[in-house]
Design a protein around this ligand. Structure first.
Ligand SMILES: Cc1ncc(COP(=O)(O)O)c(C=O)c1O
Length: 374
């Protein structure tokens, strides 16, 4: 264990936890006030104290539980779970909704369950999240180059005859490079190859796209073509938990096979009630979505002369080595910005970066001084 930790330290890749306090968009760390540029609170709902007070004022007694005290398949099935699932099923007509404790446990255990189906191959984008990669352990899978539809097409052509089903795994808005998946093209593949199923994770896009706020797939009107659509609640929705949207049969399959659902205490009812409260208001956060779009354009323009990536509000400044990325992150910290370096294995080796994730409440003049520091 000690050797492992020493190795990480020598590689400038040692993680430690920080104790932080919050004041709106600022983090208080060791007495220093730092602009938070690494939260996934894209719509700034998590720092909207008024919104949370409103929720707490109206919480019903039947949902006022900080624990479900059991797995949902035993006595943890509080009625609020089905209420939220019904709401989501109403938003995504034709889909069945199933709540999970987190995006990680959803991806990990649903993919693990799907991998038990005979004659199944997964084709996974090279940059999918760790939770999906972990679910693939022991599965038949190949990775395709990130967002490279030609590479995926070659793999489909080569393998489609040998498997009963091929499940393509992608994110809608990628968490680290901040770019969009080619969802329309993925759906097109389903017309050519009849045994394809699409699994799309909207962790970083739900809340922020479409006038309903329900995500990129919804904005494209393609929800019926996505067989497994994943929403997570811990980012733009300022809550916790996740939801799988799929067919009735698939929902029953996961209820019986997804180990993280079966063998874990279900979400706290109060938390599910808060997620429902947010979803009920999601389409009213248009001002926040517009502000997020505007500040993202401003920021990308500000950094246009640097090596940046990102199609929306996740903007990554590519550095390369762990050492240089850590150096820059420290410099930012000393100058009032909280934007830690992201290193392998979260991103590929030698692509260490500063990943800026923006939010609706950021002000242009707060971001301006950053340019001089890079
Ligand atoms: C693409 C993606 N999926 C899933 C997750 C995990 O979601 P959760 O934080 O709800 O466990 C993350 C978390 O960062 C993510 O980026």
């Amino acid at each position: 264990m000690i050797k492992e930790l020493e190795k990480l330290q020598n590689e400038n890749n040692y993680r430690s936890l920080k104790s932080l306090d919050y004041e709106g968009n600022f983090i208080i760390y060791k007495g220093k006030k730092l602009l938070n540029l690494c939260s996934n609170d894209y719509l700034s709902l998590n720092i909207n104290q008024e919104l949370k007070h409103k929720f707490l004022k109206n919480i019903k007694d039947k949902d006022f539980y900080f624990s479900s005290a059991s797995s949902r398949s035993l006595s943890g099935g509080f009625s609020i779970f089905e209420e939220l699932e019904s709401l989501l099923e109403n938003f995504f007509k034709g889909k069945n909704a199933l709540l999970f404790n987190s995006g990680f446990s959803l991806n990990y255990s649903c993919i693990q369950a799907l991998a038990t189906l005979k004659n199944t191959l997964f084709l996974a984008d090279k940059f999918i999240h760790a939770s999906m990669i972990d679910g693939l352990k022991g599965a038949n899978f190949f990775r395709f180059r990130h967002n490279d539809m030609q590479n995926l097409s070659l793999l489909l052509e080569k393998h489609h005859k040998n498997y009963e089903r091929i499940i393509i795994l992608s994110e809608a808005l990628f968490s680290m490079d901040g770019d969009f998946a080619h969802i329309k093209q993925l759906v097109e593949f389903k017309k050519t190859y009849k045994n394809i199923l699409l699994y799309i994770d909207e962790a970083h896009s739900v809340g922020c796209f479409d006038e309903s706020g329900l995500g990129i797939v919804k904005s494209l009107g393609l929800e019926k073509d996505i067989d497994f659509l994943v929403l997570t609640f811990g980012k733009a929705l300022a809550s916790y938990g996740a939801c799988m949207l799929c067919s009735r049969k698939a929902k029953d399959f996961f209820i019986n096979k997804a180990r993280a659902l079966i063998y874990s205490t279900a979400l706290a009812p109060i938390n599910v009630a808060f997620t429902k409260f947010i979803f009920e208001r999601l389409k009213t956060f248009d001002k926040e979505r517009k502000a997020l779009k505007n500040i993202s354009s401003f920021f990308k323009n500000l950094l246009k002369d640097y090596n940046i990536m990102g199609d929306a509000y996740i903007v990554s400044l590519l550095i390369g080595s762990n050492e240089k990325a850590s150096f820059l992150a420290n410099k930012l910290l000393e100058n009032g910005f909280f934007a830690p370096a992201i290193k392998e294995p979260t991103v590929p080796k030698n692509t260490a970066r500063i990943r800026f994730s923006l939010n609706a409440n950021l002000k242009k003049d707060e971001l301006l001084p950053l340019k001089e520091l890079l």
